[in-house]
Design a protein around this ligand. Structure first.
Ligand SMILES: *[C@@H]1O[C@H](CO)[C@@H](O)[C@H](O)[C@H]1NC(C)=O
Ligand SMILES: *[C@@H]1O[C@H](CO)[C@@H](O)[C@H](O)[C@H]1NC(C)=O
Length: 276
């Protein structure tokens, strides 16, 4: 019993609240998060992972529905516009996102939300051609980091039919952020969990060398491997996206990795056990 109490205490101190079911079999502390996610993969490796997991229309096992190649993809781009992201970094993020849109299937629709002290819907779901243009108009607002408000908005936009999400589409959100939320922080992971319950995949691109609150970002993502990406800065993100092959093209990237499946992308690609 004393040991159990100690573990509880240690977990509370080091890890904060991680999840009921993770206690007992698989204790994850914040230190573990830092250890596990501190390493930033090479641009090539990150590009390969993004290409495999974000650009494809396959979903992971955690979603039980049958996926057809004809299924449309509806993506909400969620971009951190808080003060910690400089104007220059924000502009580079926009360039990276525009380039990414060019690489996804052209029947993909997008909406965009920026968030700082509160979330702002920049545009409702629209085609990729319009998206490329509309992304250009995004501006950094500065302010605090209210991530949960952005996630809440995502849910509204996927659930309500007035925002243009398509019936039966595959649904994803892509969060690009450099830090932990600091408004209603305790709601961030719960909001992400609610999205996941609706079958919406949550991808996170965490930007920065040493990220405070990486635990929150990891817990937002639908899985620790297939949905969680790290880059050093937005310039890196631009470079990573450049490496992703264009629509309908195979590139050296795919060829050089052909037949290679890293351990990370295998069986273990499901959600962190007990993330809630
Ligand atoms: C999308 O790409 C396909 C095949 O490359 C092409 O036939 C189609 O016209 C494109 N659609 C749009 C909206 O650009
Ligand atoms: C998105 O759609 C909603 C519902 O139709 C509308 O109220 C809102 O103004 C739209 N937002 C933008 C940015 O176009």
């Amino acid at each position: 019993m004393a040991v159990v109490m100690d573990i509880w205490f240690l977990a509370l101190v080091l890890g904060g609240f991680v999840g009921r079911s993770s206690f007992g079999n698989n204790l994850i502390t914040e230190d573990d998060y830092y250890q596990r996610f501190q390493k930033i993969l090479s641009n090539e490796e990150t590009a390969r992972k993004l290409n495999e997991n974000f650009l494809g229309h396959q979903t992971r096992r955690l979603y039980k529905r049958q996926v057809n190649l004809e299924d449309h993809l509806d993506v909400i781009i969620v971009l951190d516009s808080s003060s910690s992201v400089s104007k220059g970094e924000f502009a580079r993020a926009v360039i990276a996102l525009q380039d990414l849109v060019k690489k996804l299937r052209n029947d993909t629709n997008y909406a965009a939300i920026t968030y700082a002290t509160r979330a702002t819907t920049q545009f409702n779901f629209t085609n990729s051609f319009q998206t490329e243009k509309k992304l250009l108009a995004l501006e950094r607002s500065g302010g605090k980091t209210n991530t949960q408000d952005a996630l809440k908005r995502c849910q509204e936009m996927f659930v309500g039919d007035q925002y243009g999400a398509r019936q039966g589409s595959l649904r994803r959100i892509l969060v690009v952020t450099d830090g932990q939320s600091n408004i209603n922080r305790d709601e961030t992971v719960t909001r992400a969990f609610q999205l996941k319950l609706l079958g919406i995949e949550v991808f996170v691109i965490a930007v920065g060398e040493y990220l405070e609150g990486i635990q929150e970002m990891v817990q937002m993502a639908s899985s620790t491997n297939a949905h969680m990406f790290r880059v050093l800065n937005m310039k890196n993100l631009v470079e990573v996206v450049k490496l992703i092959p264009n629509r309908g093209q195979k590139s050296w990237l795919e060829e050089s990795f052909a037949g290679m499946t890293s351990e990370e992308d295998g069986e273990d690609a499901g959600p962190l056990r007990g993330r809630m």
